[in-house]
Design a protein around this ligand. Structure first.
Ligand SMILES: N[C@@H](CCC(=O)N[C@@H](CS)C(=O)NCC(=O)O)C(=O)O
Length: 222
């Protein structure tokens, strides 16, 4: 599985998962990549063959054209930004706008993304199997509370920053679709919904977004 991939990047991922953020970033950059599907519904991330690539047994994993293995979604995104700076995926280094972009990116990555594991796999956290549904409900309540903080921090229109589109928008758009909170979000997080509709309709990202999310966004946000 390792070795040099002269044709471009190789992304291990699954539909609508964290790998979508990386796929959208690769599309924005305009580099070629190949997707290797890891079916989370079948537990393919637990297979030994995948653990040899990513010992954490999670996706995404990105193999660079020179054969490096990158894991951790934010580390992958920041590495892509550094290596493809012409794509302007983040505001300039040292700027106030970049600091704001990183603040929200890291908030979603560290305070929200991990909640999804509790919501999707409550049995991993519940002391007994019959307490798993309650654990899931608590996770989803924390999820909603924290997304309201993101909603209030959106200072641009439609994107996070007045500066314009950046990587944090991709992250917000993808992660906010999880934990089965569609109706809550459309009632309580209109800025996040507008931002997501804007990400979904960018010329570089729309084909990827539509492949992962065939059901379209509510009309009023499109
Ligand atoms: N901190 C990791 C989290 C990755 C993660 O939790 N990925 C999920 C999919 S979105 C996963 O692989 N879940 C499968 C599992 O927990 O078994 C990152 O940001 O890349």
């Amino acid at each position: 599985m390792s070795g040099v991939h002269k044709l471009g990047y190789v992304l291990y991922g699954s539909r609508r998962s964290g790998s979508l953020v990386v796929e959208l970033a690769l599309s924005e950059i305009g580099v070629s990549y190949e997707i290797r599907d890891i079916d989370l519904d079948d537990g393919a991330q637990r297979d030994e063959s995948y653990a040899a690539i990513n010992p954490q047994r999670k996706i995404p994993t990105l193999i660079t054209p020179s054969g490096e293995t990158l894991t951790e979604s934010v580390a992958i995104l920041l590495t892509l930004d550094e290596r493809h700076s012409q794509a302007d995926l983040l505001p300039p280094p040292g700027s106030t706008e970049r600091a704001k972009a990183l603040r929200t990116l890291l908030f979603v990555a560290t305070e929200l993304y991990p909640i999804v594991e509790i919501s999707d796999y409550p049995e991993r956290f519940a002391p007994t199997s019959d307490s798993a549904p309650a654990v899931r409900e608590v996770a989803r309540a924390i999820w909603r509370e924290r997304w309201l903080l993101v909603e209030r921090s959106i200072g641009g229109d439609p994107f996070l920053l007045p500066w314009g589109f950046c990587l944090s928008d991709l992250y917000i758009a993808v992660v906010s679709r999880w934990a089965q909170q569609d109706s809550w979000r459309s009632e309580n997080a209109p800025k996040i919904e507008r931002l997501t509709a804007a990400v979904a309709s960018r010329s570089a990202t729309a084909p990827v977004w539509n492949r992962h999310n065939p059901e379209s966004l509510p009309k009023r946000f499109s």
